[in-house]
Ligand binder design. Sequence first.
Ligand SMILES: Cc1ncc(COP(=O)(O)O)c(C=O)c1O
Length: 404
Amino acid sequence: MKSNPKSARKSIPVYQPDLSGNEREYVLRCIDTNWISSRGEFVERFEKGIAEYVGVSHAIAVCNGTAAVHVALVGAGIRPGDEIIVPSLTYIASVNPIMLCGATPVFVDSDPKTWHVDPDRIRAAIGPRTKAIVVAHLYGSLADMVTLREIADEHKLVLIEDAAEALGSTLNGRQAGSLGHVSSLSFYGNKTITTGEGGMVCTDDAVIASRMRKFRGQGLCAHREYWHDEIGFNFRMTNIAAAIGVAQLERLPAILEAKRRLAQWYAEDLAGCNIELQPEPPGVVSSRWMVAALVENSAVLAAVRSTLAAGGVETRPIFAPIHRMPPYAPVHGRIPMPVAEDISSRGLNLPSWPGLTREDVAHVSSLVRRAIDEFSLAVPHRVNIESLEVKTMPVGAPRSAVVA
Ligand SMILES: Cc1ncc(COP(=O)(O)O)c(C=O)c1O
């Protein structure tokens, strides 16, 4: 019996790592030599490799990207009572460590043209207790770090770059992770390069670097064994994780090339369709960590996601605004963030891993197209769109166009 090629199609996850280089060999070397904890050649090699790639003097490996944000805040000297300006539209790990430092997040809305924090809103949010700005680069695109650095320098604030999603992206030729005073990276399994779980903090500032190293390693005093003159965590990365990282870093240029190519395929396949791919701001070359797009409204989003799911294609929604989440809403939930709400209500991530073939992307794109076309044909006959109470705003529209 002949198999039906359509039913034989494999399912397509939104992300999966590519471990086809030296990962296995390097991990086995850790096991064969007994160097499986946080000491060993690979941790140092990985730190050195990332420092060189990003273009910073110090890179310190940690156990995940959330710990990296925490370590960066401590390195920046954040203390209880400080206020930290942070976007509402980011992953939760940009914000929770602020609370864990005893500081207070001050949420700001995003710019609809870039999806990143709006520099004007940052200026307006600065107060006497403001100590730092945490900027999260979304999905590989980069925030306007030139303006943000000017604002930070003018107000003597530390600019912390949460570059978890942006390794390999550049702004005017400079690497993400080198654009703030201190930065954090993540190497979770779905990141541009992975160590399973892992992270890194980067800086050019020797004082920040030594604070971060100490906090990562139990607050251990540099010159006396088992003497801890500060409170710290064990946030160290294992040699095994770093071994995977070293192998991944060897292939970073090829991974980036593949990811940028697949983003270009999506752009070609979805041209003319009523969907808007995340913009690439001037001067930015995005790693295209996750191909992100906006559809017309949340009803279309639901239709697209369910059509793709039925076709075996996994998607993800864009992050939800953090100021509306239970731990933050009682204090911050009523602040209107129309841009974050809007992007979150109708945005999604399409499969974005480097091993996707031209045919895979064409298949995903054809399902997106079909869902959007079918929705626009079906909706007028089925329901009155007004009754769905979907608030929409074209990206780039003035903020007054949005119902808060
Ligand atoms: C913006 C941002 N910051 C921090 C993190 C935290 O990284 P990890 O999952 O490695 O803790 C992530 C992870 O997805 C992220 O997207």
